[in-house]
Design a protein around this ligand. Structure first.
Ligand code: CMP
Length: 139
């Protein structure tokens, strides 16, 4: 199995953080079909990204390059400048554009200074592809 697809993207993190990230990915309704090993690999490859209060993490209509988990702070979700909701800490967001290759369905804006864990789209798809290839070799 060509591990090199994403091996270089691994970022060390504490076990407690890995647990929180795993739970955050697993409770996302669109990511339920991921396998245990895929979630593990994704967690390994997530890295910290911080945003200042008032900054956009995601802009509606733009292409998506990352999937995120909120680790600290307050994020608001807007559609056409209308406030829809806030994102709870240790929740996954930004998964739709990554999963379905669509543009961002909403804007996500930092209502305080925010810490997130991000996963690059390319790494996400490499992890998915690697599992498919491994299965192909098996049969
Ligand atoms: P994505 O479309 O990639 O980028 C914007 C993200 O906001 C989206 O993925 C979801 O994770 C999130 N989002 C979109 N609509 C809502 C909503 N109505 N409530 C909460 N989160 C949303």
């Amino acid at each position: 199995i060509p591990k090199f697809y994403f091996e270089s993207a691994r970022v060390w993190k504490e076990q407690s953080v890995k647990k929180l990230l795993t739970d955050a990915l697993n409770k996302n309704q669109y990511l339920r079909r991921l396998e245990v090993q895929q979630v593990k690999d994704m967690v390994e490859c997530m890295y910290e990204r911080t945003y200042q209060q008032g900054e956009y993490v995601i802009k509606q209509g733009e292409p998506g390059n990352h999937l995120f988990v909120l680790a600290d702070g307050k994020l608001d979700v807007y559609q056409h400048n209308k406030l829809l909701t806030s994102i709870a800490v240790w929740t996954t967001f930004g998964e739709l554009a990554i999963l379905y290759n669509c543009t961002r369905t909403a804007s996500v804006k930092a209502a305080s200074n925010v810490k997130t864990w991000a996963l690059d789209r390319e790494v996400f798809h490499n992890i998915m592809r690697m599992t498919a290839e491994a299965r192909h070799e098996q049969y």
